[in-house]
Design a protein around this ligand. Structure first.
Ligand code: SF4
Ligand code: SF4
Length: 326
């Protein structure tokens, strides 16, 4: 029996966000946050045998669970640049208990990458969160590839844009193209990658678009979800004692295989649950109603803060995505 079956929560969907150490990327975005120890690479998939081993163990652990899992998988680079990553993601979609596998992609390689993935994957379980990087990929190419994924291959597709002070017009144009093409469209707040660690809870430091005059009307122009933005800013600035279901029906698997209630708890190294490389590890999700958050501030990742009870009204429980909201 798997660890998850022992938890007695076989019936519920466990949402899992896994950030893998795979590094290969085809782009060179100036604002890329994959730097330092966790830098993306234009030449190698793995920085070491150890990182590859962690990845294989995480995939094995996810693939052998017996509870239903909805999985969002990221890399330090671009998933569709890595043959190994795609092969393992495809395998996970064929596991009966995996409801969906959502890949975070820049969308540039879908034309040749999707046929490679879907030759081995269950296409009905593939979900794509396609973020536009306008300096590297044209809006036209992005929309063309997103349409290919949705219309030809039947994937669940979201076209995503990150709002910064200087890209309002380009997001408006992208949104128009997405809507005309029948594609889901999302706008998230772009973050300043150079925000000092201690100022992560300062929305003024962290969110450059807040400096825009009439920020609220900009949100309307780009088609952002006001309630989502409110939750985002609130989560950044203060979450202490806020009821949250992270750790109940959602967990985070970090780059080293550590499992935490959420990525913020991982950053704070607070209440580690276990590690997927430990053969004795048995995941026992929290039971009962949502538990109060013990972090003071800085809950900055959407995968995490959508678990706040305050976000219940905008969570789309039926969507095969950890980022899509109502
Ligand atoms: S696509 Fe993502 S990982 Fe690759 S360079 Fe751009 S921001 Fe970095
Ligand atoms: S509010 Fe954020 S930091 Fe706190 S437990 Fe929930 S997801 Fe984690």
């Amino acid at each position: 029996m798997s660890s998850l079956a022992r938890s007695g929560r076989e019936g519920g969907l466990l949402r899992v966000w896994y950030v893998s150490p795979e590094r290969l990327c085809n782009l060179h975005c100036s604002y890329c946050v994959s730097t330092g120890d966790y830098a993306k690479s234009s030449t190698v998939e793995w920085a070491s045998h150890e990182e590859r081993a962690v990845f294989e163990d995480a995939v094995r652990w996810l693939g052998s669970a017996s509870t239903r899992i909805g999985l969002r998988m990221g890399t330090l680079g671009e998933p569709f640049a890595s043959k190994t990553f795609l092969e393992r993601a495809a395998w996970l979609t064929t596991r009966g208990h995996i409801e969906f596998v959502e890949l975070l992609t820049n969308g540039a390689l879908l034309g040749r990458g999707l046929p490679r993935l879907l030759a081995q994957a269950d296409s009905s379980k593939v979900s794509l969160w396609i973020t536009h990087h306008p300096a590297e990929v044209s809006a036209g190419k992005l929309i063309e590839n997103a349409r290919l994924a949705q219309e030809v291959y039947g994937c669940f597709v979201v076209v995503n844009a990150l709002l910064f002070p200087d890209n309002v017009e380009s997001i408006m144009a992208l949104r128009d193209m997405a809507v005309e093409s029948g594609l889901r469209f999302n706008v998230d707040l772009g973050y300043n990658p150079r925000t000092p660690r201690g100022l992560v809870g300062s929305s003024g430091q962290m969110v450059p678009s807040l400096r825009l005059q009439d920020f609220q009307s900009v949100l309307d122009k780009v088609g952002a979800n006001h309630r989502l933005v409110q939750i985002n800013l609130r989560a950044l600035e203060g979450v202490q004692s806020q009821p949250c279901r992270a750790g109940h029906s959602y967990v985070y698997i970090a780059i080293n295989g550590d499992v935490y209630r959420c990525s913020r708890y991982y950053v704070l190294r607070r209440n580690k649950i276990g590690n997927v490389r430990d053969r004795e590890f048995r995941l026992r999700p929290l039971s009962g109603p949502a538990s109060p958050c013990e972090a003071a501030f800085g809950c900055c990742n959407k995968e995490d803060f959508l678990n706040l009870e305050a976000a219940a009204a905008i969570r789309d429980e039926g969507a095969p995505s950890l980022g899509w909201s109502r």
